[in-house]
Design a protein around this ligand. Sequence first.
Ligand SMILES: Nc1ncnc2c1ncn2[C@@H]1O[C@H](COP(=O)(O)OP(=O)(O)OP(=O)(O)O)[C@@H](O)[C@H]1O
Length: 369
Amino acid sequence: MQISEVSLQGFRNLMEMQIKPSPGINVFYGKNAQGKTNFLESLYLCAMGRSMRTKYDWQMIGFQEEESHIRLLINKNNRKERIDVHLKRDTKKGIARNGVPIKKLGDLFGTLYTVVFSPEDLSLIKDGPAERRRFLDMELCQLSRVYYYDLQQYYRILKQRNNLLREIQKNSSLQDTLFVWDAQLIDYGERVMAARTDFLKRLDKIATEKLNALTGGLDALKIIYKPNCEPGHMEERLKRNLQRDIYLGSTNFGPHKDDILFTIHGKDVKSFGSQGQQRTTALAARLAEIDLIREETGEDPILLLDDVLSELDERRQKYLMESIDGLQAFLTCTGIEDAIKKYISKDNLFYVENGKIVAEDGMEKKRNA
Ligand SMILES: Nc1ncnc2c1ncn2[C@@H]1O[C@H](COP(=O)(O)OP(=O)(O)OP(=O)(O)O)[C@@H](O)[C@H]1O
């Protein structure tokens, strides 16, 4: 799977541009705040139907613009696919796949697989459980539309159940109707937990190997699913906690409170790992995602690497660059460091300045003219 053309109009500070990336590692370099991450964000938006930085679509529209358009052409096993995203200030965004508008976001998943590496990956380890659930859900949604559907249904029913719990506080006879929501919540909740269990088992196996290679066998990683209630026991948990749920007006057990534990030599990386170990753990998890996507879909994902090299030591930089060799990657940096020089050709260099992206060979021509 490869992106063969990107066209942008009015996307953040990227006003009007069209580029044809190469199949290998494409490097976007330039000073701070020029539009490099904005470019990666536009690709992510086409893959996932949302930004990786904001939940508000309007924030991605250029300050002076009313609308923003992104078009990607993708080569997929000698087939061509097209994704169009249209952001509007006053209405919902429109997304089309091969010219056909999609009705549900789930219909977009699977068109373009991406793995994002960014300095914010550290928050996967350091922040609260919500960040780790987000990681889990984004990855699983990419891989399985069924999961996306189950998760959506789960949250829809959870909301209804919580509303009803608050109603029951005022009118206890309504408790008789709770079983309708509970049966569905348990059904979808158990499915979500089963998918998470399976995904994390597989991720753990691959990430452990990656971390082992990244640290030369020094650190032994384990990724452990921490379900908030044991899979298979949701019904019993809900029953046992009913009075508390009614009192609080919210559901206190279920996969909406799940977490993931990352350990090195049995110790929680969040509490005991060094900053370097936390970063390497996140990197191993991202690298494992690449293999998992390949295993699951038979497709190579597109990699978005946002200024990650500067955070890594030489050994890790080398391992990362070697791991992504042969994949299409979009890598941002402020300068062409030695670590990347040998992996790229001049044809894959793009200079970013003040919202303009210029292919390096084009610049060369301009300079020599
Ligand atoms: N909606 C928008 N419209 C126009 N410009 C925007 C919009 N949102 C952000 N910007 C501008 O985009 C610039 C930041 O771009 P970006 O985040 O891509 O930086 P970058 O090149 O990756 O820099 P760094 O190396 O610091 O990460 C800022 O100047 C910001 O003002």
